[in-house]
Write a new protein. Structure first.
Length: 241
């Protein structure tokens, strides 16, 4: 049984395994992304129903540009159409959408960037769950832009180098309000973070499941939460005797 008092405030998900799901069915990789769409929006509803305050999903990494031109182009158009088709439903549920990543990158087609901005604007006053799409996101890119912003402040004299602390760094990240995720889920059996939430995941519980993203159903989410609730979060303290 899930303990309602130990539901994470922030869940972050690395949605992985779409290509393998498609390969297993002799379908093109893109069919796996299409299959993952239902999973994504069902998961958003389920997580929001659990009362989670923040959900971050890894949609496109700064490394994903290395895929074939065809797959990259597909993912750009697909992410745009997915936003257009689902954002009313998301908005009706009171969910607020954010994009986190190098969103001004000119490799992202202009119409996709516009839809991203519009989705944020349309949902800006919503007070329900915050839904963060990590898009053209990399944890290292986030830290680099934070370091640059801090260096600028030091250079112009508004900040002393010796006063830079963790709070200064957090305040300069792409989404400073984003709390650290209590749990990071990765589907598909891979056990790595792939440049996801590098700063914020320092003390996250990492939950890996073999389920491929298109198959990540209510039971799979439940299993991850059970695993999370069974963990002893010590934060450097001593284990209970
Ligand atoms: C995750 O599935 C989706 C994105 C990275 C956009 P993959 O496309 O990485 O699927 P696999 O890892 O090749 O199976
Ligand atoms: C991580 O998955 C990125 C997203 C889910 C968007 P990848 O499939 O790109 O990661 P690697 O290449 O296996 O590390
Ligand atoms: Mg993958």
């Amino acid at each position: 049984m899930l303990d309602p008092d130990r539901i994470p405030r922030h869940i972050a998900i690395i949605m992985d395994g779409n290509g393998r799901w498609a390969n297993q069915r002799d379908l093109p990789r893109t069919a796996g992304h299409v299959a993952g769409e239902t999973t994504l929006f069902d998961t958003i509803d389920r997580v929001s129903d659990l009362g989670v305050a923040w959900l971050t999903v890894y949609a496109f990494s700064t490394e994903n540009w290395s895929r074939s031109d065809e797959e990259v182009a597909f993912l750009m158009a697909f992410n745009e159409s997915l936003l257009v088709r689902h954002r009313d439903h998301v908005a009706e549920r009171g969910i607020r959408i954010h994009f986190m990543g190098l969103v001004d990158d000119e490799r992202i087609p202009a119409n996709v960037r516009r839809q991203m901005r519009e989705s944020e604007e349309i949902t800006a006053d919503n007070e329900g769950m915050r839904l963060v799409f990590a898009f053209n996101y990399g944890g290292r890119a986030d830290i680099v832009q934070a370091v640059r912003a801090i260096a600028h402040r030091v250079e112009e004299g508004s900040l002393l180098a010796g006063d830079v602390d963790e709070e200064t760094v957090v305040g300069s990240l792409m989404l400073p309000d984003l709390p650290d995720p209590e749990m990071v889920i990765r589907t598909s059996g891979e056990q790595r973070l792939s440049n996801f939430l590098t700063w914020q995941s320092a003390y996250s519980e990492l939950v890996f499941t073999d389920v491929l993203w298109p198959d990540f159903d209510e039971q799979a989410l439940h299993d991850c939460l059970i695993e999370y609730q069974g963990r002893d979060r010590r934060f450097g303290g001593a284990a209970d005797e």
